[in-house]
Design a protein around this ligand. Structure first.
Ligand code: KG4
Ligand code: ZN
Length: 365
């Protein structure tokens, strides 16, 4: 079984070819960073046009690198949501066209399910597992019991953790994109220099909050001289990163404690999404799992941030179960993994909302 995956839900145009025996034959990602950098965030209209400009070439490149023709494929998968709707439409229409012309099954993949199942592509992780999904628009703990079987254990009540990294980076005058540049700046910093709050620490449950931490950073950053001395910048970045990681660990610990009663068969923690590429977060979660007797899986960083291999893989998982979609599938700007928990979910967070305020609101993946 060989599936072409297409990802266009935010600011990466991506195409990949993946096999059911877990081989990534090609994985092409074109970042739109340069287009969005002048605005300090993702501008949906610019993203949609850029996807349209590049998608055909990228699909061609992914097929060439895989050494495949469309006739060799078993199906075509595209992110069907959640995300910036203009971009999602571009990917879905492209996949539908290829599927229609070549008589292939079409698979509309939930972008979050792409992140959620990546550890099964990279490490063959078995169900069930606890998933910490940490990206620019989502911060959730989920019990994953199978393809399409997700129970939300906790979610952020304000910012997603990736959004908090991005906003903090901005306050520290670090270059866009914020998360990776904050991690880089923090390497030289002292994480104990500033006593920042550890959000939600000691509170029951698995919900997250990052706005208090962000405000604490703002107060300190605003009082600093400009241009920011490198030492202060590095120390505050490291202090923020340590506080965010500790908060994530604390919430995961609560989830593990709860699951040890209700689902003792869960013995694995998987971290996924862009923030999962952060080394401090990975090390902190490794320590937590060691203490709990859990095994820990974090996909390689390039498969944590948005990519199409995860979409192709989720497509394979769905195709194996016969979960194909009709060509009348309508792209979804919002698409929770656990629909039963939808009423518990906070407002959609949006990586681009923080900066490009002139742009319309849209759900982020
Ligand atoms: O999963 P992703 O690529 O896109 C979404 O689906 O949102 O995640 C992007 C988010 C951004 O907020 C970005 O700043 C954050 O992940 N991120 C990081 C790192 N790399 C990406 N945050 C902290 N450290 C990193 N190394
Ligand atoms: Zn994502």
């Amino acid at each position: 079984m060989i599936v072409l995956g297409i990802e266009t839900s935010c600011d990466e145009t991506a195409a990949a070819v993946v096999t059911a025996d877990r081989r990534i034959l090609s994985n092409v990602v074109l970042s739109q960073l340069d287009e969005h950098r002048p605005y300090g965030g993702v501008v949906p209209e610019i993203a949609a046009r850029a996807h349209l400009d590049h998608i055909d070439r990228l699909v061609g490149q992914a097929m060439d690198e895989a050494g495949m023709g469309f006739a060799d494929l078993s199906g075509v998968a595209a992110t069907g949501g959640p995300g910036l709707i203009g971009g999602v439409i571009v990917g879905v229409m492209t996949a539908k066209a290829i599927a229609a012309v070549h008589g292939l099954p079409f698979l509309a993949v939930n972008h979050l399910e792409g992140h959620a199942l990546t550890a099964r592509l990279t490490d063959d992780v078995a169900f069930p597992y606890l998933l910490l999904l940490v990206s620019g628009g989502h911060c959730q703990l989920l019990l994953v019991e199978g393809v399409g079987r997700y129970s939300l254990l906790g979610s952020t009540i304000d910012d997603a953790v990736g959004e908090a990294f991005d906003k903090t980076a901005k306050m520290l005058d670090l270059p866009y994109p914020g998360g990776p540049s904050l991690e880089k700046a923090a390497v030289a910093g002292d994480p104990a220099r500033y006593a920042l709050p550890r959000p939600m620490l000691g509170r029951p449950g698995c919900d997250f909050s990052f706005s208090g931490l962000k405000t604490a950073v703002r107060h300190i950053a605003e009082a600093m001289p400009r241009p920011l001395p490198e030492r202060e910048q590095a120390d505050l970045a490291a202090s923020f990163q340590a506080a965010a990681a500790e908060s994530l660990v604390n919430r995961c610990r609560n989830a593990m404690t709860g699951l040890s009663q209700s689902h003792p068969e869960v013995r694995t923690l998987v971290v996924a999404g862009g923030v999962a590429s952060n080394q401090t977060v990975r090390v902190a979660l490794t320590g937590l799992c060691a203490g709990f007797g859990y095994s820990f899986t974090a996909p390689p960083p390039r498969l944590c941030t948005d990519n199409a291999a995860m979409i192709a893989w989720a497509g394979i998982e769905r195709l194996r179960l016969g979960l194909t979609d009709g060509l009348d599938f309508a792209p979804r700007p919002r698409w929770p993994l656990d629909p039963d928990a939808v009423s518990m979910q906070p407002r959609a967070t949006a990586r681009h909302q923080q900066t490009a305020q002139h742009t319309p609101l849209a759900a982020r993946s």
